[in-house]
Design a binder for this molecule. Structure first.
Ligand code: AQP
Length: 340
């Protein structure tokens, strides 16, 4: 289990940079659960990536644990997959440095995500933000991941990971598995509740724009009730002309499996108010079991600590092989025995 190398290795992670929300559930987590059937999966909470932008330490710690518990509550099986917190495995930082020394400034400067996020940081841009792709490359290459699920925003980083891995292999001999992008089954893309033309995002400053997986029932109902709507009253799917109600239809369909036509027929003549009431209730019901499992685990410190330690140990064991090989290849002296 977990170390079984007969299945292709797949790695993914999310930054604890906000509240895990329904977009992350529909677009990523649910798919992660299914992928466990076919792949040797590693799922991490990438707290080291989160500090490329300012974070409040207490909140970062809390969110990192919340994320881990939510992965498990949503159905990630810690027996089958390797679930861990990135900063618990120090080989990530070590390999990131080695890879960073084989990555060119020109390559990093071309990263669109860097340009976008640096733009938002203003004057004091953190060097880590620039260096981020080297850390992401380390995350992937440490575990010999064959596949990495990528959305549009990560495609460029994965391409860079491949370039650096190939460069390293050419310079020093075969060391890293060169990963391939894995294009996940397209889950629903959920838009913001306050601006349906932009993606729902966990790090938004406005919590009303998203439904967090841990929002209490009343908050969920209220956020849906207050979600912006288009002019008109008809519940009909038309993302161009009615992006708001269309988004709320996508959201319902993501949980009920109904088609847009079925939803339209069910709400003919009923208006937005009734639609929103029902949608709020569906989300409350659907999130309840996840919230329940989350609470059980989050409050059971002994179990959480054990799962976290087991995940870190398993990841560490796997990472160790690669980091030692990379160190040897570039000419670092072997570690004195007690530091191995
Ligand atoms: N709105 C969404 N609809 C469907 N899927 C989504 N995902 C994110 N938003 C939606 C999927 O969740 C995984 C994590 O993506 P992310 O880290 O880019 O999450 P985010 O919420 O979009 O994060 P932010 O707000 O952009 O903040 P940072 O940069 O801090 O992480 C991906 O699989 C994504 O497709």
């Amino acid at each position: 289990m977990g170390d079984d190398r007969t299945m292709p290795v797949l790695l993914s992670g999310m930054q604890p940079s906000g509240d895990l929300m329904i977009g992350n559930l529909c677009g990523a987590l649910r798919n992660w659960v299914k992928l466990q059937e076919e792949y040797d999966c590693l799922y991490c909470v990438v707290d080291m990536h989160a500090i490329t932008v300012p974070q409040e330490p207490k909140l970062l710690r809390k969110r990192s644990l919340d994320f881990l518990c939510l992965y498990l509550a949503a159905g990630i099986d810690p027996e089958r997959s390797t679930v861990f917190v990135q900063s618990h495995v120090s080989a990530h930082a070590e390999l990131a440095w080695i890879l960073g020394c084989h990555t060119y400034m020109g390559e990093l400067s071309r990263m669109t995500q860097y340009k976008e996020k640096a733009g938002k940081q203003g004057k004091n841009i953190r060097a880590g933000l620039f260096f981020y792709p080297a850390l992401m490359a380390a995350d992937i290459l440490l575990y010999g991941a064959n596949l990495v699920p990528v959305g549009d925003d990560q495609r460029q980083h994965l391409e860079l990971t491949r370039d650096v891995a190939q460069r390293f292999n050419r310079m020093y001999g075969e060391t890293f598995v060169v990963p391939e992008p894995y294009f996940p089954e397209v889950g629903a893309r959920i838009m913001s509740l306050t601006d349906p033309t932009s993606k729902m995002s966990k790090s938004s400053d406005n919590p009303k724009s998203y439904i967090a997986l841990l929002d209490p029932p009343d908050v969920i109902r209220s956020k849906i009730r207050k979600a912006v709507t288009d002019s008109g009253t008809e519940v009909a799917f038309d993302p161009e002309r009615r992006p708001a109600i269309s988004n709320l239809m996508v959201l319902r369909s993501a949980f009920t499996g109904e088609s847009m036509e079925e939803i339209r027929e069910a709400y003919a003549g009923k208006g937005y108010g009734a639609y929103k009431e029902d949608l709020g209730e569906i989300l409350v019901q659907e999130l309840a079991p996840i919230q329940q499992r989350f609470r059980e685990l989050r409050e059971d410190k002994a179990t959480l600590d054990r799962l976290m330690a087991e995940g870190a140990a398993r990841a560490e064991r796997r990472a160790r092989k690669t980091i030692e090989k990379a160190r040897r290849r570039i000419g670092f002296p072997a570690r004195p025995v007690k530091h191995r």
